[in-house]
Design a protein around this ligand. Structure first.
Ligand code: N01
Length: 514
């Protein structure tokens, strides 16, 4: 697969996180060996490699947070710690023989469609070319640093939660944590016992749920090992409980939401006796609108003597601390930015260039329609994993990735001719994207809060608006009639699109989306 100065595999996967390793495993399982995975870092693992903050673990049950084709009987806890998940990803790569296909230290600077049937990639280590490109770069990969005036002048330790520096000694220091999302609720209880003072800067309170975190007893792990069917049953029960209760509550039934909310309010009342603190921790938006936060130790940590919840707005950061808009300057030795990720403006989007000067960033921002979170008009032979509107917020993201992998594998099977170029019909993608937005309007995710699920214009670019079983049904097969397919050497989807008169077609959704 080396051609001229460049490397020319049939398929290139960008990213060796969960999605990229899953893609590699499924490709090998299907007998497709002509691929490489380009990974910018020196290790695999994606978000589970990068997030090394104290207390980091998955808030989805471990039996569900694994690939169905690679069960793991060794989970130590009902919700796995980050180290165990990282080990698991590595073990999948080894078990399926994916590791030899990974090229570490390969930062993809640009991937450009060349209109002659290839993607041409410029990487930090040379040129690559391929027929099919799979983006597995992750939606929660790029830290979002807030634009707080003076942030660059802080004299102490400053780090983002997803770029934690394990060599930073925070013991006995005065520490600020900015943010109260999924990362912060894990960091705060882990830091509280070790630091002198901890100030938690909250802009919007989250809904914090009772957490069912337990050790998995040894006998149960052995049982899962000896009778894998038992673990499959537990996994299925967990999946259906989440699907029927949580998705129903968030997407269909307000009444169920109200029940859930009452239970969660009791958790707050039990854990926070001080009514003034409780009032400041009580959300004023519907449960589920932002990601719900399972934790049994976040509220108790906030009640400790060395912890202060700050709800005054941050005005600026000074070299010695944080100034709030009530004029108070709090002094800190370290600031932790638990401020989330760049999702709709993920910088990776600017590096992938399709036909007619279209950039993937347009699609991530919701300005170009996306079909099934996976394919885009103007991006032939390109598949994105964890793409727009594939988020769940209640169940395992790996389930959605697996659905996409089924779809991609079926597509690759059907497009196996050496010169095939396939591009989703704009009418199909447009109708699908409209349908997703229409159905989102009756879900909790458009009920009025602000979150990373929306772009800067309030369009929800993250969440799937229905049961995940519906997504699975839509992605079970690659339907070639949703695509324009060119088959002649040099023929591109552009010419095929023009020949099909697609630009004049009315925007009619395919039957299953109507
Ligand atoms: O980020 P977030 P996260 N001044 O965007 C606040 C996944 N995840 O890293 O709510 C002050 O949720 C912001 O305030 P507000 C999971 O999908 C999974 O915590 O915008 N505050 C918010 O409180 C999750 O949803 C696990 O008002 C500012 C916080 O920063 C996603 O990652 C664990 C601010 C950001 O919260 C992101 O979670 C961890 C400013 N200028 C993460 N700017 C699992 O367990 C932002 N904030 C699987």
């Amino acid at each position: 697969m080396r051609v001229g100065g460049g490397v020319y595999p049939k398929i290139i996967v960008i990213g060796a996180g969960f999605a990229g390793i899953g893609a590699g495993a499924r490709l090998l399982e299907a007998g497709k060996r002509d691929f490489v995975i380009l990974e910018r870092a020196g290790e695999l693992g994606g978000t589970w490699r990068d997030n090394r903050y104290p207390g980091c673990r998955c808030d989805v049950p471990s039996n569900l947070y694994s690939y169905s084709f690679a069960p793991n009987a060794r989970w130590q806890q009902t919700y796995a710690a980050r180290e165990d998940i990282w080990d698991y990803i590595g073990s999948v790569a080894d078990a399926f023989g994916v590791a030899p296909h990974i090229r570490f230290g390969h930062d993809v600077v640009e991937a450009r469609w060349d209109d002659a049937g290839h993607w041409r990639l410029t990487t930090s280590q040379g040129e690559y070319r391929c027929r099919f490109l799979i983006g597995a770069t992750g939606s929660l990969a790029e830290p979002s640093m807030p634009s707080i005036p003076g942030a660059d002048r802080f004299a102490g330790i400053a780090m983002h939660s997803a770029r934690w520096d394990p060599s930073s000694e925070l013991d006995g220091l005065r520490v600020a944590v900015i943010g109260t999302g999924a990362s912060a609720v894990q960091i705060v209880p882990a830091l509280q016992p070790q630091v002198a003072q901890l100030a938690v800067f909250q802009r919007t309170p989250g809904w914090v749920l009772p957490h069912r975190l337990r050790r998995v007893p040894r006998w149960k792990r052995r049982l899962y090992q000896m009778v894998p069917g038992v673990q499959r049953l537990v996994r299925a029960a967990t999946y259906w409980q989440r699907e029927l209760v949580v998705v129903s509550a968030f997407t269909k039934y307000d009444g169920l939401r109200a029940l859930l909310e009452r239970r969660v309010r009791r958790h707050l009342a039990r854990q926070v006796p001080d009514p003034e603190l409780r009032a400041r921790l009580t959300p004023d938006y519907e449960i589920g609108c932002k990601r719900v936060l399972p934790s049994n130790d976040f509220y108790p940590a906030l009640c400790r003597d060395n912890v202060e919840l700050v709800t005054a707005r941050i005005a600026r950061i000074e070299p010695e601390g944080i100034l709030t808009d009530d004029g108070e300057l709090r002094r800190f030795d370290a600031i932790v930015f638990a401020t989330g990720f760049r999702v709709s403006d993920n910088p990776m989007g600017a590096r992938i260039l399709g036909r007619d000067s279209h950039v993937l960033a347009e699609a991530l921002a919701g300005d170009l329609p996306c079909y099934l979170g996976t394919t885009f008009p103007h991006f032939p032979n390109f598949f994105l994993l964890s793409g727009p509107n594939t988020g769940t917020g209640h169940t395992s993201q790996l389930f959605m990735i697996e659905c996409q992998l089924n779809y991609v594998l079926d597509a690759l099977e059907q497009l196996d001719e050496p010169t095939t170029v396939a591009e989703v019909l704009p009418s199909v993608a447009g109708a699908h994207a409209e349908d997703v937005q229409r159905r989102l309007r009756t879900t909790v995710w458009t009920s009025g809060c602000a979150s990373w699920y929306q772009n800067d214009r309030g369009r929800n670019v993250a969440m799937w608006p229905d049961y995940t079983t519906v997504f699975r049904r839509h992605t079970r097969r690659f339907d070639a009639s949703d695509y324009v397919i060119g088959r002649v050497p040099g023929a591109t989807a552009t010419s095929a699109l023009d020949a099909a008169g697609e630009h004049r077609r009315p925007a009619t959704p395919p039957a299953e989306h109507r």
